[in-house]
Design a protein around this ligand. Structure first.
Ligand code: NAD
Length: 346
């Protein structure tokens, strides 16, 4: 069997619980035989403390430029006015225009929606829209934020969603916008969607208004295979969708552009539990599984994913956020349990 070549990946442990969940993930990947060499890099609070206003030192940007792939822990967003968000810096610098968030039921995670067969992906535009960060005071008492959407920006995210549908063997793609009210901006995404749909005859397109999409996600989430949407809509419905299947502690994601892909948990730095050895590494670990598939190490991806499924299903040594009340184990015990389960599963 030909071996996957070794790949160098930039690892940004990040803030709060970041270093704890990163260490756990790296231990599990090493035990699974993943053919990855890590290049560690800094971003977030430590960089801000050194006076780097973007939150991302040049060496970190250089490392990602070189490797083309990063695994990133959560980065605290400074609350002052001067600093930027280090996350936004990374997204913008590398034009990571596609935020991909798989949402599926995991074994052993009980939710009010368990058994519904939820298995969908949300593809969120990641660099345009209201998050371009162009806002100002028109007068001392009137604030304005620009909602910027471009035709090329819409087209590349829509094509990414179509490509993902094909790659994953999905047959339906829903585009969700607020085109009924914001006819020029949100309407642009809808019009581009309708223009390019005939190029993908194997994928059935549909459009729905974003508020109805939120409603449908709650009453019948199993109807969706893939949803593509603009930045702010996607921000909100992807957290909603994560909540349907067990919450932020287990939700993975990737941020992709044409040159670079960056994988990260959806959750933040959880400062309340940082440094206590309590954090659940599952979300970063499942993000690392997406990374392994991205770099072509399918064997390691499968081993790790199956070990996570077996661990969740059996329910032994789960961390406090997903264990039955009063039974939570620590990050290390959970990590050891996943390692012990490597090689099990289908
Ligand atoms: P958060 O996701 O850090 O925490 C929300 C809740 O979920 C808390 O109760 C927390 O303890 C819990 N939680 C989150 N991840 C967990 C895990 N792995 N295991 C166990 N429990 C977990 O959200 P927040 O409190 O709104 O944000 C904290 C900081 O993180 C802020 O500075 C925010 O800007 C930043 N943030 C960063 C990212 C990112 O880097 N992508 C994403 C979201 C928030």
């Amino acid at each position: 069997v030909p071996q996957t070549p070794r790949i160098t990946v930039t690892a940004i442990p990040g803030d709060g619980i970041g270093p704890e969940v990163m260490r756990a993930t790296q231990r599990i990947l090493a035990a699974a035989g993943a053919r990855i060499d890590w290049e560690e890099a800094e971003a977030g609070a430590a960089a801000f403390r050194k006076g780097i206003a973007t939150g991302c030192p040049q060496e970190t940007l250089d490392s990602i430029e070189r490797t083309g792939v990063a695994l990133k822990g959560p980065l605290e967003t400074a609350l002052g006015y001067g600093e930027k968000s280090a996350n936004v810096t990374l997204r913008k610098f590398f034009e990571l225009y596609g935020n991909i968030r798989p949402v599926r039921e995991l074994p052993g995670i009980r939710t009010p929606f368990s058994g519904r067969g939820i298995d969908l992906v949300i593809v969120r535009e990641n660099v345009e829209d209201l998050y371009a960060g162009i806002e100002y005071l028109q007068t001392p008492s009137v604030a304005q934020c620009l909602k910027l959407m471009s035709e090329p920006g819409c087209e590349r995210i829509l094509r990414l969603a179509y490509a993902l549908a094909r790659a994953e063997g999905r047959t339906r793609l829903a585009c969700s916008t607020k085109a009924n009210i914001m006819k020029t901006t949100e309407g642009l995404m809808k019009r581009v969607f309708e223009r390019i749909a005939p190029e993908y005859p194997d994928i059935a397109p549909s459009h729905l208004i974003i508020d109805n999409c939120a409603h449908q996600l709650v009453i019948a989430p199993e109807q969706f295979e893939l949803i593509v949407t603009s930045n702010m809509n996607g921000d909100i419905i992807s957290d909603l969708a994560a909540g349907l299947v067990g919450g932020l502690g287990i939700a993975p994601s990737s941020n992709v552009g044409d040159r670079v892909a960056m994988f990260e948990a959806v959750h933040g730095s959880a400062p309340q539990i940082a440094g206590k050895g309590l954090a659940n590494p599952t979300a970063l670990l499942l993000s690392a599984v997406m990374l392994l598939r991205h770099v072509g190490d399918f064997a390691a991806a499968e081993r790790v994913e199956q070990a996570v499924f077996v661990t969740l299903q059996e329910g032994r040594n789960l961390t406090g956020d997903i264990a039955p009340k009063g039974e939570g184990a620590g990050t290390d015990a959970f990590t050891d349990q996943v390692i012990a389960n490597l090689g099990r599963g289908s």
